[in-house]
Design a protein around this ligand. Sequence first.
Ligand SMILES: [Zn+2]
Length: 100
Amino acid sequence: MLQEWQARWKSSPNSRFLYGIFPEVNTRRCHRVFLINQILTTHGCFPVHQYRMFGKSSDCECGRDQGTVSHYVYGCQIYREVRQKYIPKNFFELGILELI
Ligand SMILES: [Zn+2]
């Protein structure tokens, strides 16, 4: 069963962002933090996901870019203070697995 799951995970066109982080399936991996799961799956509150699911605007409320995970994590001016408060100073040197 695990091999079949791995084959499907490898060949699926879906969730390539998450596949880039976790290329190997694992029954023991579980993140129970709601916001981390939303970031890893790129689902939920992000405008690009809201656009895909409900046809809402995909633009960030700052008006500078689309509301992608990358935009919020790396560049949205609205969340600048949040990043300064919660993201480590060496953030850009860390991989995403070191952040979760
Ligand atoms: Zn923004």
